[in-house]
Design a protein around this ligand. Structure first.
Ligand code: PLP
Length: 426
């Protein structure tokens, strides 16, 4: 197979004609498939059904310290749930608050609180002329939506294979006191699957922020979401590194069991320094008398400890790994030799991030849609939905069945070829 860039005009035209015929046939089938949803499949959800049976009405629903989990109280989570979530991210349970069912909700709250009340006695962000956030790109669209909603100016920071470009991060954070935060997904990032290197984590911990209330929003959403038994990423513990560097209060870490048990019905946690927790609790106590302790207890009884979670996640990996591998194999076979796309083979997380030729992503996604395959919207992984190069496409292979995924990938491949061939003919 020849790269499109090396083909003559006549060869490209011939290829185009063939692809157009193929595309027409696909459209006639009337498919209805979806590769946009970063959700577990129902087969994965089935793995957690026994979670619903670990508590029965004969249980007294008492936490270890005797708390009756059926009743009000314990605003920051039962001790054993703190312990479990601390193990997930590798911190001390004293640094954890266990919330309700969503980590995104905690992130929103953190930004809202900073806006309304200020962080640890600092000026509320809403009273400042300008507040800026650094946004490693491509990234998680819902992070960017939070900062956009509060009118925070977002600055793109390119990702490298080791994490965000730290020269740029240091330049902004250390020199501009209007820069108040950065969104990070340090392990198996959404959407690229990048794992932050030790050097990146240390450089984060050693930042010298111009703003006293600068915080790293460390969203460790995929802490236990490995695809392989023998190739599992470990990242340095950001709370420890920040403490060692004399910046104990610089980070809020988030995690949840959304993609471990049931999205929307798991448990979520924040971990941070003693000072930050004190600041947060002073407001949280007004917001709630306590979260769902029955669900916290249920998760602890079901998993017991981190080993229980690891064993469970191995079963999840056994379901989704073949999907990732099939997708990557098909791309390797059909796209790589033509020189019309790049991606990094992920070893964890939920996505494959496809980089098309510049100026092609929107059209590829549009053509897929026309042929009945829904992809994540073009530009979604960027602040304000703006992908300057129009080349990033997030592929989510977990939700469809193998058969559906195969068909959807075939459509994606045809559309990518067709749009790329037209690009090379321009
Ligand atoms: N953070 C990241 C990076 C995600 O990809 C997702 C879901 O896709 C979430 C957070 C959502 O987490 P939760 O369900 O705990 O709100």
């Amino acid at each position: 197979m020849k790269k499109y860039q090396e083909m003559t005009k006549a060869e490209l035209l011939q290829e185009k004609q063939q692809l157009e015929a193929e595309y027409k046939k696909i459209k006639e089938i009337g498919l209805q498939l979806n590769m946009a949803r970063g959700k577990p499949s129902s087969e994965q959800l089935d793995l957690s059904m026994d979670l619903l049976n670990v508590l029965t009405k004969d249980d007294i629903l008492k936490a270890e310290d005797g708390t009756d989990c059926r009743n009000y109280g314990i605003m920051d989570g039962i001790e054993e749930a703190k312990e479990l979530m601390a193990e997930v991210v590798g911190c001390k349970k004293e640094n954890v608050i266990v919330y309700g069912n969503s980590s995104l909700n905690i992130m929103y709250d953190q930004v809202a609180r900073a806006e309304i009340f200020g962080i640890c006695g600092n000026t509320p962000w809403s009273k400042l002329d300008k507040v800026k956030f650094l946004c490693p790109v491509p990234g998680y669209d819902r992070h960017f939506k939070i900062t956009q909603t509060f009118g925070i100016e977002m600055i793109n920071i390119p990702m490298t294979s080791e994490g965000p470009d730290m020269d740029l991060v240091e330049k902004y954070v250390n020199n501009d006191e209007r820069v108040k935060g950065i969104w990070c997904v340090p392990k198996y990032s959404n959407p690229q699957g990048v794992v932050y290197s030790d050097e990146t984590v240390r450089r984060f911990a050693n930042l010298k922020p111009a703003a006293k209330d600068f915080r790293i929003f460390w969203d460790n959403a995929y802490a236990v979401h490995h695809l392989y038994e023998d190739n599992q990423a470990e990242i340095l513990n950001i709370l420890d590194e920040c403490a060692k560097a004399g910046n104990p209060d610089m980070v809020y870490q988030f995690c949840s069991t959304s993609k471990v048990t049931f999205p929307g019905a798991g448990i979520a946690a924040l971990s941070s320094s003693e000072e930050n927790l004190k600041d947060i609790k002073s407001k949280l106590t007004v917001q709630t008398i306590g979260h769902d302790k029955i669900n916290q207890l249920r998760h602890v009884k079901y998993f017991k400890n981190i080993d229980g979670i690891k064993a469970h996640m191995k079963k999840q990996a056994d379901i989704i790994r073949p999907k990732f591998e099939m997708l990557i194999d098909m791309l390797n076979e059909e796209i790589k030799p033509l020189g019309i796309g790049n991606w990094v083979d992920p070893v964890g997380g939920y996505f494959v991030c496809f980089e098309s030729l510049e100026g092609c992503a929107k059209e590829i996604i549009g053509k897929c849609k026309e042929a009945g395959v829904t992809m994540t919207g073009a530009g979604a992984p960027f602040p304000y939905g703006k992908d300057e190069k129009d080349s990033t496409i997030r592929i989510a292979p977990t939700y469809p069945s193998m058969d559906e995924l195969k068909k959807a990938t075939e459509v994606f491949i045809t559309c990518t070829k067709l749009v790329s061939v037209n690009k090379c003919l321009e």
